[in-house]
Ligand binder design. Structure first.
Ligand SMILES: NC(=O)c1ccc[n+]([C@@H]2O[C@H](COP(=O)([O-])OP(=O)(O)OC[C@H]3O[C@@H](n4cnc5c(N)ncnc54)[C@H](OP(=O)(O)O)[C@@H]3O)[C@@H](O)[C@H]2O)c1
Length: 257
């Protein structure tokens, strides 16, 4: 299976590295296109077998999968100029560009297309990756899930659900980081050095996530376990409620949607 990746930035570069490491695709079967020689050089220093080029059309020659990883405002120009063949599976990670728009750019509606939204933790193999396949790509879904499960967890959705789930997971990583940053600020005021606080809070967040991901539980059950009647945790939890923590998060996710 040959894979072409168009755009080797944060996402495209991480995906190329992740695929090469996964060994589900031979690194020599991956071709990455990007205008920046420096970006491609850095990639090749880590993975010399990955083919690199500044020519997008050359990159997609003979590719079974073409993964589009350029900024949204370049999607039309770059995808329109690729000359994709009908049998090539297009995976677009471009946020906010739907199947209808991709079909419009390609000038046909029979292209197998998978829309995919990873998050920045893909760099560490810890992505939350959302995918939606159009009917023509449905037969490829299982293979795509297998490939990208090597870089985190994959969730298959309908296109209609992509916006909400993107806000929760791709934008959501920024909200989780804001929590870490705010907790660090509190710690500093209370005399904890930022670098120590950062590690402590991040490990606590990792622990909270592990309780949910690895246990048969629910946030309410785990919160209840920490809240001793008359104790210090319930005071803080209620303070969050009084200050609209849940409401602020709900509003944030809805506004990112
Ligand atoms: N970042 C996220 O959290 C995230 C999450 C999910 C989805 N996405 C989507 O992923 C896409 C890429 O985001 P990113 O954060 O990886 O952006 P990025 O770091 O800017 O990467 C885009 C890459 O495309 C290159 N490029 C520019 N023009 C090109 C062309 N004509 N042909 C081929 N490559 C070209 C850029 O090179 P230069 O830098 O030299 O211009 C850059 O290396 C976006 O559409 C975004 O919506 C991002």
């Amino acid at each position: 299976m040959r894979i072409a990746i168009i755009g080797a930035g944060n996402m495209g570069g991480a995906i190329a590295r992740g695929l090469a490491k996964s060994q589900l695709v031979a690194a020599g079967e991956i071709c990455v296109a990007d205008p920046s020689a420096e970006t491609l050089k850095r990639l090749n220093e880590e993975h010399p077998e990955i083919e690199t080029t500044d020519d997008n059309c050359r990159a997609i020659e003979g590719a079974d999968i073409v993964l589009l990883a350029v900024k949204p405002w370049l999607a039309e120009q770059v995808l329109g100029g690729l000359g994709l063949k009908q049998e090539q599976l297009l995976i677009s990670i471009v946020a906010g560009v739907d199947f209808a728009h991709l079909g419009q750019i390609l000038g046909r509606d029979d292209q197998p297309i998978c829309r995919m939204i990873p998050n920045t933790a893909i760099r560490l193999g810890e992505s939350t990756t959302l995918i939606a396949c159009n009917p023509q790509a449905a037969a490829h879904q299982a293979d795509i899930v297998k490939l990208f499960s090597s870089m985190g967890r994959v969730f298959c959705l309908t296109e209609k659900q992509m916006g909400a789930a993107t806000a929760m997971t791709s934008c959501g990583i920024a909200y989780a980081l804001k929590y870490i940053q705010a907790a660090m600020q509190a710690g500093i005021e209370l005399g904890i050095y930022p670098k120590d606080g950062m590690q402590m809070v991040a490990q606590s967040v990792k622990g909270a996530a592990a309780l949910i991901l690895e246990g048969d539980t629910h946030p309410a059950i785990e919160i209840d376990k920490v809240c001793t009647p008359g104790g210090i945790t319930i005071k803080g939890v209620n303070e969050l409620e009084h200050n609209g923590f849940a409401s602020a998060l709900i509003k944030a996710i809805k506004s990112s949607c």
